[in-house]
Write a protein that binds this ligand. Structure first.
Ligand code: 5GP
Length: 197
C-alpha cells in the first residue's frame, strides 16, 4: 500500500536489524487520515468474504482495526492482554510471548462476544514471529469461530511469521513488506518479489 510504504520510509526508524519504530504515526501518535486509508484498503482486499467481525490485539492494532471495521460495517473485537480479575467461566485465555518485550502475556476473550457463526478478520500492526496472530487464532478456535484471513500493516519478511501462518493454511495480506532493516536504513521488498510470494 503506497501511502503506508511512503510513511514507513519517511517517518519510520530502524532502531536495530530487528525493530522498526513507528511511534509518530501508529504506536504512540496516530495518523487518522492514514488509518482511514489503511482501513479502506483492508476492507477492499477482504471484501465479499462474509466477515462478521474484525479482531485485534490491544493496543497498537486498535486504530487500524477500528477503521477497517468501520469500512466493513462490522463490530471490532479487542483481545485483552490483561487477565480478567472477575471470575467468569465463559472466558477464553491463552499465553502469548511478546516479540518486542520478550515477556509473556495472557490474551483474553469473553465468550459471549464470539460464536461459531463468526467469520473473522484478524488485524495487527506488525508481523514478526507470528506469535500474536497465532495466539489470536488459538482463542478464536476455542470459540469455534472461523478465520477469513490476517491483515498486517507492516510485515518483516526476514522473520518467520508469514511462514508460520501460511503453514496453518491462513491467508496473510500485508500492506508493507520489509526486506531488511539496518540501523537507520529500511529496505522494502521489491514489488515483483512481493507479488510472487
Ligand atoms: P509477533 O507476535 O509476530 O512476533 O510480533 C507481533 C507483535 O509484536 C506486534 O503486535 C507488535 O506489537 C510487536 N512488534 C513486532 N515487531 C515489531 C517492530 O519491529 N516494531 C514495533 N513497534 N512492534 C513490533
Amino acid at each position: 500500500m503506497k501511502l503506508l510504504e511512503e510513511k514507513v520510509l519517511k517517518e519510520g526508524a530502524a532502531i536495530s536489524e530487528n525493530i522498526l519504530k513507528v511511534d509518530g504515526f501508529i504506536n504512540h501518535q496516530v495518523d487518522p487520515v492514514l488509518m482511514k486509508a489503511i482501513g479502506e484498503d483492508f476492507a477492499a482486499h477482504f471484501k465479499d468474504q462474509g466477515i462478521t467481525k474484525v479482531v485485534t490485539i490491544e493496543s497498537s492494532g486498535i486504530a487500524p482495526a477500528l477503521m477497517t471495521a468501520s469500512a466493513m460495517q462490522v463490530p471490532l473485537l479487542i483481545l485483552k492482554k490483561s487477565p480478567s480479575k472477575i471470575l467468569n467461566k465463559n472466558m477464553y485465555q491463552t499465553v502469548v510471548t511478546s516479540f518486542t518485550k520478550g515477556t509473556s502475556y495472557e490474551l483474553t476473550l469473553a465468550g459471549h462476544l464470539i460464536s461459531e457463526q463468526d467469520h473473522v478478520l484478524i488485524i495487527d500492526d506488525f508481523l514478526a514471529n507470528g506469535e500474536a496472530a497465532t495466539g489470536a487464532i488459538r482463542l478464536l478456535r476455542k470459540a469455534h469461530a472461523t478465520i477469513a484471513g490476517i491483515g498486517i500493516l507492516i510485515e518483516k519478511t526476514f522473520q518467520p511469521g508469514r511462514a508460520k501462518l501460511e503453514e496453518q493454511g491462513f491467508s496473510v495480506y500485508s500492506q508493507v513488506r520489509i526486506a531488511k532493516l539496518e540501523k537507520d536504513h529500511i529496505e522494502l521488498l521489491a514489488q515483483e518479489e512481493s507479488s510472487t510470494l
